[in-house]
Design a protein. Structure first.
Length: 143
């Protein structure tokens, strides 16, 4: 981690997601795949790759934000199971996946990565879901 380098979102995350907004520590993203209700939280600290690189209070803050996002996603998507993970095997920038799973989804019971073709949200559905998430997370509408 370097204080000299400004935070920048990995281009792969930026290309694959819609911006939901900013929490105290994390940028919240919605994966652009309507098959899976899927949030990604990215701590806004440059050069961060691993959870253990965060200070203890930042680790707790991230966990609180993941918990907050999971509760909102659960209320919006009514899943059968919530998957929460920080892998980073492809995108090394620290990010946490919060995925609402349904027994009838395209990947059940396997992981969602690499299953079929992504089905992007159309503009109207994206705005509807983003609005629900922003309200649930108490984020301003101008993010």
């Amino acid at each position: 981690m370097s204080i000299d380098i400004p935070f920048a979102l990995d281009p792969r995350l930026a290309a694959d997601c819609h911006l939901v907004g900013e929490l105290e520590l994390s940028r919240v993203l919605l994966m652009n795949d309507l098959r899976f209700p899927w949030l990604i939280l990215v701590p806004r600290i440059a050069g961060l790759r691993e959870l253990v690189e965060l200070a203890r209070d930042q680790q707790h803050q991230l966990l609180d934000e993941v918990n907050r996002a999971a509760h909102v996603l659960h209320a919006v998507a009514h899943p059968d199971k919530m998957n929460i993970a920080a892998l980073g095997n492809v995108v090394s920038q620290l990010h946490v996946h919060v995925i609402a799973r349904h027994v009838a989804d395209a990947a059940w019971p396997k992981p969602v990565w690499g299953v079929g073709e992504r089905l992007p949200y159309d503009a109207q559905d994206a705005q509807r879901v983003l609005q629900l998430l922003r309200v649930g997370l108490a984020l301003s509408h101008d993010t």
